[in-house]
Design a protein around this ligand. Sequence first.
Ligand SMILES: C[S@@+](CC[C@H](N)C(=O)[O-])C[C@H]1O[C@@H](n2cnc3c(N)ncnc32)[C@H](O)[C@@H]1O
Length: 218
Amino acid sequence: MNDGDWLERRNKAMKHPAQQAIEGLPHLGGGHWVYDLYPVRGDIARIVEPCSVFEFGAMLGWALVAFALGPEKPPTRIGWVDDESHTADSNRCVRENLRSIPALSHTRLSPYLNTFDALAFRQADLVAVDSDHSLDGTMRDLLVAYRLKPRVIVIDDMDAIREVREASLNFARWLKLPLWHVGTHNGLGYLDLSGTEEIADGLERMGYHRPDSLPLTP
Ligand SMILES: C[S@@+](CC[C@H](N)C(=O)[O-])C[C@H]1O[C@@H](n2cnc3c(N)ncnc32)[C@H](O)[C@@H]1O
């Protein structure tokens, strides 16, 4: 990609409502500026229209904001797990970030410190995994994510972290479902548990390159 393309894509992303909402949050830090991480999350949520959203590894809640503001109707419940190993007191910051958005003022917020405590959330339509990026840690998050009976599981760092990709492929093989891949700068994966191509179709209609489904043969 040349500099002109990059700038054009970045300027387009900056105009995306999810990115604009993130830029206006009270708790910002390095990372939110990575231009192609959050718009696509908002757009996946626009297709899925989740009533409930859950994330493993929320940090300051930027991805949660994107998932929550993508659909026309914001979710009624948002939950997340973060052990605060990256940022002390980050769960308070997530709460304050989400509460700073008027559209989310009635959304129920449920934070947890430990992965398995997520089961108390019971069910989430859209679940994101971006927490412990080891092989075992990713697999554990995916298994608990699956127990929340989601419609879609979104996985960050599919290209950037080999262990995340390997765990995600193993999990997809176990489910016998395609693992879809969107070419963001660090690679976004997702499992569409409805077994349809609705998200891939929807993203393509919105102007994205159609996601590829990764070969599941080892
Ligand atoms: C890459 S950051 C998440 C960024 C966030 N998803 C976003 O884009 O807005 C990873 C987060 O996972 C948390 N984390 C790492 N290992 C964890 C574990 N074993 N259990 C719970 N949280 C963990 C860290 O504290 C950190 O906040």
